[in-house]
Design a protein around this ligand. Structure first.
Ligand SMILES: [Zn+2]
Ligand SMILES: [Zn+2]
Length: 329
């Protein structure tokens, strides 16, 4: 029997599964190249410098200082992503050895492509999110002119057969819409839409999808609640959008799902599972970002703290402060 909660699980699973497909060999369904440790597929991988090696050594020390502040991944709860899916994880060393996609060299800019219609509040969320992505990954962010939904052909759109939601095909957005238009200076190129997404046959919907190697991604705020209802729903929708934006961008910078800690790079099978995690990353994943972006860990936390203070995210601000103090001990 396929009751409504099983259906919900299945659809949320859709998001997580697409993330997994990206990480797996034989991921034809998602149509993206699996990581192979052979460098960026576009040939723009940045060489590892002597300074990178030195930073790697420093970060390994800093990871240990931060670990006591974070919650190790425990036994998954029933219905959690890890209760249903086996994942190998990705150590910091493995990430470095994979010659990851990095926002460096001639490809430094994070491009956001708004797609379809947005309300005034949703436009505000895009603006805040773009600022956040810049701070989080220490890279310039450019928001491109909004492209109307008519840019996506009818063949890559559908009405969900049961629910009636209008949906666009995420794999089309990645490979046919974004990839051919990847700007020359793009570290990555991510479409942002208020439309629902689905990744193809057999799926109900996904929140987002990204490639670990091809610099393209897409995410949707369709299922993050109505930000115009009240201040609480605005903040909740904004936080979910921030979390998804940096999770997908993390993937575009070759960071795999985390299985070591409760972390924003963990796979999530449902909204309660992702809501109970924080927007910050665990020490291992944060070290990947710092190494990838060539940023000092303390400086990054200080800039993030300033962002959280500016937008009234108190818990996040306090956590950044604690992290800085732990690193300075
Ligand atoms: Zn993911
Ligand atoms: Zn992590």
């Amino acid at each position: 029997m396929f009751n409504s909660s099983e259906r919900a699980c299945r659809v949320w699973c859709g998001l997580a599964c697409v993330w997994l497909f990206i990480l797996s060999a034989g991921c034809d369904n998602a149509g993206v190249t699996p990581p192979d440790g052979a460098g960026g597929v576009d040939g723009d991988a940045v060489e590892i410098s002597a300074a990178d090696r030195e930073r790697e050594r420093q970060l390994i020390v800093q990871i240990e200082k931060l670990k006591p502040l974070h919650k190790p991944m425990g036994k998954p709860r029933p219905g959690d992503w890890l209760a249903q899916h086996k994942e190998a994880g990705q150590s910091f060393e493995l990430y470095v050895a994979s010659k990851p996609v990095r926002p460096l060299g001639k490809r430094r800019v994070i491009y956001i492509q708004p797609l379809g219609d947005f309300t005034a509040t949703q436009k505000k969320i895009i603006a805040v999110t773009s600022e956040f992505m810049g701070v989080y990954f220490n890279a310039p962010v450019k928001v491109k002119e909004t492209v109307p939904l008519s840019a996506i052909p009818e063949s890559a759109q559908r009405i969900h057969p049961t629910w009636g939601d209008k949906q666009i095909l995420s794999t089309y957005v990645l490979h046919d819409f974004l990839k051919p238009k990847l700007p020359d200076d793009a570290a990555c190129f991510i479409a942002f839409t208020a439309q629902d997404l689905w990744p193809g046959e057999g799926w109900n919907f996904v929140f987002g999808q990204a490639s670990l190697r091809q610099r393209v991604g897409v995410w949707s705020m369709y299922r993050f609640g109505d930000p115009d209802q009240n201040e609480f729903t605005y903040k909740l929708c904004l936080m979910r959008t921030l979390q998804t934006a940096v999770h997908e961008t993390g993937h575009m910078f070759s960071i795999s799902h985390c299985i070591a800690f409760e972390c924003n790079m963990c796979g999530a099978n449902n909204l309660p599972e992702s809501d109970r995690r924080d927007v910050w990353m665990c020490p291992l994943c944060a070290a990947k970002v710092c190494w990838g972006s060539r940023i000092n860990m303390v400086d990054r936390y200080a800039t993030l703290k300033a962002f959280y203070d500016k937008y009234g995210f108190e818990k996040e601000s306090v956590f950044m402060q604690k992290s800085i103090e732990a690193l300075e001990k």
